[in-house]
Design a protein around this ligand. Structure first.
Ligand SMILES: Cc1ncc(COP(=O)(O)O)c(C=O)c1O
Length: 462
């Protein structure tokens, strides 16, 4: 309901339901500042006066002011009260291309995130308690740059059981996300004179930037319905692939290409980097096993907790060929000593206790249902769009109806406060796929999923 803040003639649209009041007040004030209703330097009433004016608790106002001061929208100075900051219009944290102003997003179908509401909080807390209770003192000191032995053993068993990876604990290095793991690996490759890297023509821009920042010369491989075209590897030392579920096109690398790329690596003593970012989420058929099992001395296998648990953990792991153990351990040591121990111990406990498997099974089922609902809804309400890449993972490729352009569809979605991403955001080469959206169907919380998909269908048919 709109409440007019009489003194300044500003309408604050406040949702007055309980705990959302503070968030609503922050939101309304941000909006008023952004739209110029509240101009730079404008003095705000004291928290007591505004609370009286709005008929709400003073603490709620004080907390909202505090948050907006922390974000840079407001400035509080002793003696002169709270004012709108001098330069608030340029948002205090400039939103990047990938992160639209969160206050403008109501429905989020961007890829790259699991449903964070599914994080197994109770199981994690219980595992953390058990792990810390049992941890020796030295677990709290500086440790092996490769990570805690408990986690590396648990991962070695888990990866061999679930993904067929051939690895022992001493070959695993725990990193702060795949992004760090790749940075360290590229650094080591370059130091060893192996500067020529091939990557898929569609992929995560961050990974490409990490390669370039580490001085590698990057070549791109076209991607088609059989995955990356591995014919273009002559003169290359290292290839980075997403074989189980190409990101973002969603196709698996064909058996023939898997065999050929392994031959290429073994015969020329070269390296494959297998980014198995969502390998645990396969729905329709038996999981495609890791390529690493075919040539453990020529494949670096990379896995992450970002999909099955949460990206905020920043936990990922590499299974290394023997010649890379020593240089990668050294690179990790110089980068940050080692990754934080307590989360590693907790993850180890989660895996060993079986809670991690149970959680993954629960997520797999939930995401499979969402995928099926997405496909059904598009079939009914946006039949001219074509969905592909759905056998695995947390995202699908939705090819646009003829004549629609990605940018136009993304803008139309933004107008409905639906965040989606066009495929072109992930293109690194001349190759052009037909216009499509990369839909992250795991991203919204369950209660918002149906509405997000309904908005998507409307936009696609619009
Ligand atoms: C292709 C790809 N690789 C790896 C990752 C995981 O990266 P990180 O472990 O740095 O979160 C993601 C996550 O979105 C991804 O899309």
């Amino acid at each position: 309901m709109p409440i007019t803040w009489a003194n300044l003639g500003v309408d604050l649209h406040l949702d007055q339901s309980g705990r959302r009041l503070r968030a609503g007040l922050e939101h309304a004030l941000r909006d008023a500042i952004q739209s110029g209703q509240l101009h730079p330097g404008a003095r705000l009433p004291s928290s007591r006066a505004l609370a009286l004016d709005l008929g709400i608790a003073r603490n709620t106002v004080a907390e909202a002011y505090g948050q907006l001061v922390a974000e840079g929208w407001l400035a509080a100075r002793q003696g002169s009260g709270t004012r709108v900051s001098d330069r608030p219009a340029a948002s205090p944290v400039a939103p990047s291309r990938d992160l639209p102003d969160p206050t403008l997003v109501r429905y989020d179908l961007r890829p790259g995130r699991p449903d964070l509401a599914m994080f197994p909080r109770a199981a994690w807390l219980a595992a953390a308690r058990r792990a810390l209770t049992a941890a020796p003192y030295d677990a709290l000191g500086y440790g092996d740059p490769r990570g805690r032995p408990e986690l590396r053993s648990a991962l070695a068993e888990y990866l061999s059981r679930v993904r067929g990876v051939r690895v022992t604990a001493d070959r695993i290095v725990v990193c702060t996300g795949v992004v760090q793991a790749l940075g360290l690996l590229f650094q080591v490759q370059r130091a060893g004179g192996r500067q020529r890297l091939a990557m898929e023509a569609y992929g995560l821009p961050d990974h490409r930037q990490v390669a370039v920042a580490n001085g590698l010369r990057v070549r791109t491989l076209p991607v088609d319905a059989a995955g990356a075209d591995v014919d273009g590897l002559s003169g290359v030392d290292t290839v980075l692939l997403t074989p189980a579920h190409q990101f973002p096109l969603g196709v698996p690398l064909s058996p023939d290409r898997r065999r050929r790329v392994v031959e290429w690596a073994v015969e020329g003593d070269r390296l494959i980097v297998e980014d198995d970012y969502d390998g645990e989420f396969r729905y329709d058929r038996q999981a495609v096993g890791a390529i690493q099992a075919l040539a453990p001395e020529h494949v670096v296998y990379a896995g992450t907790a970002s999909k099955a648990l949460a990206p905020g953990l920043r936990l990922a792991w590499l299974a290394l060929p023997s010649h890379l153990i020593e240089p990668m351990t050294e690179a990790k040591r110089l980068a940050d000593g080692h990754s934080g121990t307590l989360d590693q111990l907790t993850l180890a406990e989660l895996i060993v206790s079986g809670a991690y498997d149970r959680h993954v099974r629960r997520c797999r089922l939930a995401y499979q249902r969402r995928r099926d609902r997405l496909v059904a809804a598009l079939g009914d309400r946006a039949p001219r769009a074509r969905v592909t890449g759905i056998a695995a993972g947390l995202h699908a490729l939705v090819e646009l109806p003829d004549g629609r352009r990605e940018q136009e569809v993304v803008a139309a979605a933004a107008g409905r406060r639906l965040a989606v991403e066009g495929l072109d955001e992930y293109r690194a080469a001349e190759q052009r796929h037909r216009p499509a959206l990369v839909i992250g169907y795991a991203t919204p919380p369950e209660h918002a999923f149906a509405a997000a998909v309904a908005q998507l269908c409307t936009v696609l048919e619009g």
